[in-house]
Ligand binder design. Structure first.
Ligand SMILES: [Zn+2]
Length: 327
């Protein structure tokens, strides 16, 4: 973006912005660390990156705070709050002449959680940019998730599998709805949760796997073990104590609220992304002259979203990169 900036992707010698610590937004960040003059991210993102083994040298770190800004050669960069994972930022650029552009990064809950400013150009995500992706339960989803977890907890200890960031969001939501069961996590998830806590996420009782306290809790059989979606090792950690664990995967999209895979495995639909309606709300409020839909992650939905904006809302839009779609 602009002359000097590269956001969530690498371009040699440009300032690199990392909007949040998900791997698909940190592609080639090691190259950027080598060749970019600065890496810009929220302080929480730097801390999570470090836990994930990505260390940025101190002289290249620029900590972006919500509401903060940095002067660049051709304008000013401001950092806006985004509801996605702890530390998520949006990047809002104001040129010398007053021209504005925003890069949303991943977000959900426009208005209540994600800040929206009017902007000449919006570069938006569109993971669920196709009109059929509307979540009927989204206004009460937190409560539904807590009820679901509470019900399952009465049957035995639970394992919740989710991406980094979503785990910590869910830890907080369950507490808000009165779930008091202690949480247990392995090293990485535990440390990321401590970072989240430092930046305001209210997690409550959380114990590091392998400690005496965690072992005691596991023996008692009432707890929630949080781990990464792709983690395999958890099964032997918690399977030796005689309890049958129930595994809940948090997935971005399911047709129904949840799906039972078998009696002990469920997939619950809980996303960190806007659905179609929320994406439209964002665009509507930002009143852009032009929208670029980020097609890097979900090309087909990005194409559909750009088409919808042009044909239904009369807003100039395109999707990039223009990938070829195979049927
Ligand atoms: Zn993300």
């Amino acid at each position: 973006m602009g002359k000097n900036l590269s956001i969530d992707g690498h371009e040699a010698r440009r300032i690199r912005v990392v909007t949040h610590a998900h791997s698909d937004h940190m592609i080639d960040v090691e190259k950027s660390i080598k060749s970019s003059p600065k890496i810009i991210a929220h302080p929480a993102t730097f801390e999570i990156m470090s836990i994930l083994g990505i260390d940025v040298p101190g002289n290249k770190i620029y900590r972006a705070e919500y509401g903060g800004e940095i002067r660049l050669e051709d304008g000013t960069l401001k950092f806006l709050r985004s509801k996605h994972i702890v530390g998520s930022i949006q990047v809002y650029f104001v040129s010398e002449t007053g021209f504005t552009a925003v890069y949303t990064g991943d977000f959900k809950d426009p208005i209540s959680g994600t800040e929206i400013r009017e902007s000449d150009i919006v570069v938006t995500e569109a993971t669920y940019g196709s009109p059929e992706y509307v979540r009927p339960y989204k206004d009460i989803i937190d409560e539904l998730l807590a009820d679901f977890v509470s019900e399952l907890l009465s049957r035995g200890p639970l394992i919740i599998k989710a991406y980094y960031g979503k785990q910590q969001e869910v830890m907080e939501i369950l507490r808000r709805y009165g779930i008091a069961a202690p949480y247990i996590a392995g090293n990485k998830v535990y440390r990321i949760s401590k970072v989240a806590e430092k930046y305001g996420v209210k997690i409550g009782d959380l114990f590091l796997e392998g400690t005496r306290e965690a072992e005691e809790i596991i023996k008692q059989g009432w707890y929630i073990y949080f781990t990464h979606t792709s983690s395999k090792k958890l099964d032997n950690i918690v399977s030796n104590n005689g309890y049958k664990h129930i595994v809940v995967y948090l997935s971005g999209w399911e047709k129904e609220l949840y799906r039972m895979v078998d009696r002990n495995t469920y997939i619950f639909s809980y996303s960190g992304h806007s659905d179609f309606e929320d994406l439209v709300t964002y665009i509507d409020r930002a009143r852009p002259k032009y929208v670029i839909v980020d097609a890097y992650r979900s090309g087909e939905n990005a194409r559909k979203f750009a088409k919808y904006l042009e044909e239904r809302l009369n807003i100039n839009a395109s999707y990039k990169p223009e990938i070829s779609i195979c049927y």
